[in-house]
Design a protein around this ligand. Structure first.
Ligand SMILES: O=C(O)COP(=O)(O)O
Ligand SMILES: [Mg+2]
Length: 258
């Protein structure tokens, strides 16, 4: 990571990009949420590429993941789980999701492998009938299309590519690192390092929503822009991040450093 990016990464700034909420215009108003005086994001740093988390960051996929889990439970003759419960299980990838589902339902742990395989097979076939991009995402990605953009997600590559196709996003990302691309998943930094390598290195920002993303970015030494409306359960102030935003209309300015 370049020294300028290290300087940038060394600065944390709780910037809560509050938006007017006007019809999609969402005029982002940056305010130092913590009230402390922090170094502003150094506009001199030229970001070369942006890597994004997917679930809870670019898209609200919890409804489809919930439906997929309960379809698997129905096949197993097990009662469904509530939406909020499954939504809270998202972030660590399918193996973590299924470990949590097994614990919550009292199913046989020996079923883990079969449940993971069935969930991925089903998800790849039916990736996103209920999944929606968060408001302003497509406009933000359009505004950043001059930069190389990539994904670093714990969702397996198959369902990820199926979902991108379903959304008409096939051409948006030149790099896709999924939960099964490497032998390890986030919060190990390796997937983020691999995505950085594939996208060509240089000053890279990571955009994520969860504790997993914050830990991944921290251990990879990459500045995190934290989307606050995803699936985290930890307070924003407790997650290491360069800046936080609650509406996608604020993101392009955060990336451009102005
Ligand atoms: O698949 C998950 O559990 C989470 O995926 P994400 O890394 O895109 O948030
Ligand atoms: Mg996520």
């Amino acid at each position: 990571m370049g020294s300028r990016a290290a300087a940038l990464a060394g600065r944390t700034r709780d910037v809560c990009a509050l938006c007017s909420g006007r019809s999609g215009r969402g005029i982002g108003r940056a305010a130092v949420a913590s009230g402390e005086t922090r170094q502003p994001v150094d506009g001199a740093v030229r970001v070369r590429a942006v890597l994004f988390d997917l679930d809870g960051t670019l898209v609200d996929s919890a409804p489809d993941i919930h439906a997929g889990v309960n379809a698997i439970l129905a096949e197993e003759g097990v009662a469904p789980l509530p939406f909020a419960t499954v939504r809270g299980f998202i972030g660590g990838g399918v193996p973590v999701l299924m470990t949590r589902v097994i614990a919550a339902t009292g199913m046989e742990p020996a079923r883990h492998g079969a449940l993971c395989a069935r969930f991925v097979e089903r998800y790849e076939h039916d990736p996103g009938g209920l999944t929606r991009p968060y408001e302003g995402v497509e406009e933000a990605l359009d505004a950043l299309a001059d930069l190389p953009l990539g994904l670093c997600t714990n969702k397996p590559e198959g369902p990820t590519r199926a979902l991108l196709s379903h959304l008409g996003w096939q051409g948006r990302f030149s790099v896709i690192v999924g939960g099964d691309t490497l032998p390890v998943r986030k919060p190990d930094p390796a997937p983020l390092h691999e995505a950085m390598r594939r996208i060509g290195g240089g000053e890279v920002l990571f955009v994520g929503d969860s504790e997993v993303d914050a830990e991944t970015a921290r251990s990879a030494g990459v500045p995190l822009l934290l989307f606050t409306q995803g699936y985290r359960s930890t307070e924003v102030a407790a997650l290491p991040h360069l800046a936080a935003f609650d509406h996608w209309s604020a993101l392009p300015a955060l990336v451009r450093g102005r």
